[in-house]
Design a protein around this ligand. Structure first.
Ligand SMILES: [Zn+2]
Length: 241
């Protein structure tokens, strides 16, 4: 046979058209004994194909650090892997800005793009430094912490290494102002956030992974036994001395 395939197709067409021709005359809902047998077989035999329905991966519990940003989850998004927490925001607080500044730097607050590759990356398993450094003499450039409302926090001392931004009148009544690229940031701990997160809860997370508390422990008492960096097991914001 030269074209078995073509013949097979023609045979099928022939069958279909025959059925179609008699469809109305011999139409019956009663299944033939053969079909009934088939139905019984399909309902009783072990299926040849098995569908394995995989359970969706159980949602991993978010790390404690991630929960600190919860009160601001409308504008501050967090994601995490085994090692890092990634925090995304546009850096704009939900409070007014720039009120109370007496030494204006001629910048205006504009939304920033702390998203995607530019999101804040905070270690989830911080390790205390062998040789800790004080922010009084280091870390004058760039953010050192991130407030739980997604606004970065810089050293109280400006990037010239000597000007105290608060004393110089450069900060608004929320402790912030704008930098060179019109990025709004705080220069002191945003204690006003305690009104939202609750007194004694962290108001920020240092970029090395430690939460930053205000002037009170969760029991509302002043922290005791602070070391030379104004910290203890949990770091607290120290008073200027
Ligand atoms: Zn600044």
């Amino acid at each position: 046979m030269k074209h078995p395939f073509v013949l097979a197709i023609m045979a099928v067409i022939a069958t279909v058209s025959t059925d179609a021709t008699f469809a109305h005359e011999s139409h019956s809902h009663a299944s033939s004994p053969q079909t009934q047998k088939k139905i019984v077989r399909l309902n009783t035999e072990k299926p040849k194909t098995q569908f394995v329905v995989q359970r969706q991966q159980v949602e991993v519990n978010p790390p404690e650090l991630a929960k600190l940003f919860n009160p601001f989850k409308e504008t501050v998004k967090v994601r995490f892997d085994d090692d890092f927490l990634y925090v995304e925001s546009n850096g704009m607080p939900d409070h007014p800005m720039m009120t109370g500044i007496t030494a204006w730097q001629q910048q205006v607050p504009l939304p920033q793009s702390y998203f995607g590759d530019n999101s804040w990356r905070i270690p989830l398993h911080p390790v205390p430094a062998k040789n800790p450094m004080s922010a009084k003499s280091h870390f004058f450039r760039g953010a050192t912490a991130l407030a739980v409302n997604g606004v970065p926090i810089f050293n109280p001392i400006k990037n010239d290494g000597k000007t105290d931004t608060l004393l110089a009148g450069e900060l608004d009544q929320w402790g912030g102002h704008c930098g060179r690229v019109d990025d709004y940031h705080y220069h002191i701990a945003p204690m006003h956030l305690e009104k939202i997160v609750g007194v004694g809860n962290p108001v920020a997370v240092a970029l090395d992974g430690y939460p930053i508390f205000g002037y009170s422990d969760p029991d509302r008492k002043s922290p005791e036994n602070l070391d030379w960096l104004n910290g203890h097991i949990r770091f607290s914001v120290g008073d200027e001395d």
